[in-house]
Design a protein around this ligand. Sequence first.
Ligand SMILES: NC(=O)C1=CN([C@@H]2O[C@H](COP(=O)(O)OP(=O)(O)OC[C@H]3O[C@@H](n4cnc5c(N)ncnc54)[C@H](O)[C@@H]3O)[C@@H](O)[C@H]2O)C=CC1
Ligand SMILES: N[C@@H](CC=O)C(=O)O
Length: 834
Amino acid sequence: MSISPPPVPAPATPLAAASAVACHAHKFGGSSLANAERIRHVAALLREEDAARIVVVSAMQGVTDALTALANCALAKQPWEDDFRALRARHLDTAHALDAGGVHALAAWLEDEFATLHAQLSAPKRSPEWFAEVQGVGEVWASRLLHAALGDDASRWAVLDARDVLEVHAGELGVGVDWPASRARLLAWRGARPHANVIATGFIARNGNGVATTLGRNGSDYSAAIFAVLFEARELTIWTDVDGVLSADPRLVPDAVCLASMSYAEACELAYFGAKVLHPQTMAPAMHAGLPIRIRNTLDPEAPGTLITAQSQPAASPVKGLSLVPDMAMLELTGAGLIGVPGTAERMFAALHTACVSVTMISQGSSEHSICCVLRADQAERGRRAVQAAFRDAIADGQVEGVRITPGVSVLAAVGDGMVGTTGVSARLFHGLAQARVNIRAIAQGASERNISVAIASEDATRGLRAAHAAFWLSPQTLSIGLIGPGNVGRALLAQFAQAASRYGGGASGLDLRLRAIANSRRMHLAPRRLDPGEAVEALELGQALDFDRFAAHVRAEHLPHAMIVDCSGSDAVAAHYADWLAAGIHVVTPNKQAGAGPIERYRAIRAATRNGGGHFRYEATVGAGLPVIQTLRSQLDTGDELTEVEGVFSGTLAWLFNRFDGSVPFSQLVREARDAGYTEPDPRDDLGGLDVARKLVILAREAGRELSLEDVEIESLVPPALREVSREDFLARLHELDAPLQARLDAAKREGRALRYLARLDRNGRARVGLVSPEPNHASLHSQLTDNLIQFRTRRYASNPLVVQGPGAGPEVTAAGVFGDILAIAQALGARP
Ligand SMILES: NC(=O)C1=CN([C@@H]2O[C@H](COP(=O)(O)OP(=O)(O)OC[C@H]3O[C@@H](n4cnc5c(N)ncnc54)[C@H](O)[C@@H]3O)[C@@H](O)[C@H]2O)C=CC1
Ligand SMILES: N[C@@H](CC=O)C(=O)O
């Protein structure tokens, strides 16, 4: 789209010279003037500035709509008195609050105003001028309210009713300004009012006959630009209730960012395509006069806002903003008879013009076999009939197939001066949309290269907008992370996240790990943007009841490129969700062995989900905690080797216990110490009963392609039968019952000059056993220490001398590091260079 601003004739007598001061123009919208408190706040903002000021005001929030409704009711002879009284009361209340001492006689003045309005609404004569007078009176009231709010300073301010000065006419493309006449009137008006500062009414004006009129919806911004030019202001600040122009609608894109600067052309493109920036008409006088416009937040005046000037400032992204126009329809004219025939487009668009149908986007392939355009949905049927009528004969002759309307369409536009001459912008947009599975129905890019527009199904619109935003504003390696299970391991992981925050916050590495949700067995907390890892556990205390579906849906945010759930629980109930999460594209990382060693059908479903294009699944920390056990095995298998046997110490807890157990301290006391150190499973019977070791053996066997299950493993339990079924608390209370049988095993081993070790073994025949043994004195397990795991792989390549992985195999820190490593490995697979 190209906007050519209407000419703004140079002043015959410079007004700034006439008024002798260069001023700064401000415009306050209805939200900034919603009540007495806001109006006082605006007055305070104005008092802070030393320069001369011209301030253009809208009506108080909602007042123009209320006046329009009153006028419509009066026209339709429907009751309007109640609404009139409410409007009067609202203004009088505000007047009393702002002019309590009656210094400005504001209430009395307003009473007169409302009496006039009442008479107007009751009058039998109704004309367009009448309507404009009723509709525009809110700005007159607002200007007086703000004047009163200036208090002692008010004497330095004059109030300007724009109808005394601003002369406009209905132009072909909207309201046009009669610049020479307006300038002359302003000079005359100014001559009688030498005040340094002026409050002018927005929205309203007069026509050449001196009759009241308005500048159309959102006309106050236009008024502000016109007055800024007329007063030759250095800059125009438009005050609103947001921080500036955002990269996309923040209600749809939570990650939308405030733009520091943009060009007039960018602002026009965005405004036209649905972003609530400024109406393009507003920009026209400013563009012509080279007037900088700044958008600022009344509620946060310190925020720098967005500066709109002729020159686009260089920015990180070639795209400045994304906009979305909903409620559109696509009209398509197709037929072999269109090919190479001149004048087809002219006929189609002339028909639409005659039917008063506005066209938003046009697309035609070079084959000329079809031509399509996007229209407002409520004009689509009218457009279809018009085009059908224009091509009636060609349709009857079969040269044109017909006119088709596709409803439910939205137009998504990427806008930016930086797109001009930059390669790869459309590739990024289309790739982002493709990743979000958004189908593109039609594409348009003008030769200005400032705008790429796509027509997409409205049901995909929000997802498409978010995906496109992520493609341009976020690192493509932004991971939305949900953590389940902030226990020993989960908390250690949070601490590691906190420590690495500066590295993985989307900075130099490009990788942005965003913790956005946390859950324990009872509660969850979902953060819209980002959770501070240092405060996540505390936030959980105030969370809501755990609901896995909502948790996963939140983590899989459409506005973020990737989603990951990190399960640091030991729960089977959580593992039961993995296949669904993976199938939905959510990556899963876990130290929880329940999935890798759980029912074989579930394991197969998980594998199938990852194979069929789902998320990545990594669970390195399930065996050997932070040790590279699974990846070592994988790299052998992936390079063509074959596992024949695996044997070793698979439990950090049992390694630590039997490294320490020499009879000097009861076994039960050592178990308590291991538990306190965070080595044991949530229920230490999983370690002592051999289940934890058996699970790890199953995981490795399955990794090597064997369909082993827990039932296939011969397990020796160190837990006496009487303690196997009791509650965890009872078990811990009766731990001493382990002491005598284990002391007896130790004594027997010592008598043979041996020690005890709990070993796991999968032999070449597929036999799997875990249990307590007294190994030969030269066995490697006797030369390990503390929580050392020792995993010996015998493969075809490592046949006579096994491949050994050894090191600490339990503890929150090393386990969390293993989990963190898996997260980074997935990020790397997604393209990050952590
Ligand atoms: N501690 C260690 O050295 C190692 C632990 N692991 C594994 O790490 C996992 C966690 O171990 P720890 O942190 O020591 O356990 P923990 O008992 O300290 O923490 C478990 C956490 O999971 C949560 N949780 C339990 N059931 C849940 C459910 N149904 N839904 C949501 N949350 C649930 C709990 O609320 C708690 O926050 C276990 O699967 C364990 O096998 C793996 C390797 C080493
Ligand atoms: N409890 C387990 C923790 C790691 O899987 C162990 O002691 O090895």
